[in-house]
Write a protein that binds this ligand. Structure first.
Ligand SMILES: CC(C)(COP(=O)(O)OP(=O)(O)OC[C@H]1O[C@@H](n2cnc3c(N)ncnc32)[C@H](O)[C@@H]1OP(=O)(O)O)[C@@H](O)C(=O)NCCC(=O)NCCS
Length: 166
């Protein structure tokens, strides 16, 4: 039984199965003195949305290991809406890369604008918090294969940055 569930966890899975969307209404408690959402609040939503995708994909606990550069392109104000979309882009041995795109929406006009874009790395862990193999991404189309290759390039770059040679 135990062995069967491990085998199931390591069966490649389509990224459609773990895609996550979240919608947040911006309230005064989310905002700074200018009435814009705090950057830290957006980062918390980004992490949460990506964590749901990571754990949906892996069927297991996963922790945030790395967040690539975040750029806040445009603000979102109180009374507007924040949309988040997280999608798996690549898997490695015990880690996986997730892309999150964030946009704002003015409900009165339905206008939408880009707000933030980020890549996060999550590591699949066991009950002792030790890294364990992650469910591979199913390379089911040219688009997903290209996504996996680009993810491998970004991973090499971030490991070089975060673990400089001693
Ligand atoms: C993430 C963590 C589990 C990695 O543990 P570790 O002992 O360094 O494990 P390893 O060196 O075996 O690396 C495990 C994986 O993490 C990846 N990793 C580790 N540091 C990384 C970094 N800075 N950037 C990207 N990936 C990283 C490794 O590349 C490896 O991935 P791979 O197996 O797919 O190649 C550990 O550092 C940790 O628990 N960090 C705290 C996590 C946390 O508290 N997050 C916030 C709350 S969820």
């Amino acid at each position: 039984m135990q062995r069967m569930s491990v085998k199931l966890l390591l069966t490649p899975r389509s990224r459609r199965e773990s895609m996550t969307e979240m919608t947040e209404y911006v309230l005064p408690q989310h905002a700074n003195a200018l009435g814009n959402v705090f950057g830290g609040q957006i980062m918390a939503w980004v992490d949460l949305c990506a964590a749901i995708t990571a754990q949906r994909h892996a069927g297991h606990m996963a922790v945030t290991a790395f967040v690539d550069d975040l750029m806040f392109e445009n603000p979102v104000k109180v009374g507007e809406v924040v949309h988040l979309r997280a999608q798996l882009t690549a898997t490695f041995r015990t880690s996986m890369e997730i892309e999150v795109t964030v946009s704002g929406e003015d409900l009165s006009t339905r206008r939408r604008w880009p707000c933030v874009h980020a890549y996060l790395t999550f590591v699949c862990i066991d009950e002792d918090r030790k890294p364990i193999p992650v469910t591979p991404l199913l390379l089911e189309s040219d688009e997903v294969r290209a996504s996996q290759l680009l993810g491998e390039e970004r991973r090499a770059h971030r490991l070089k940055r975060s673990r400089p040679p001693s």
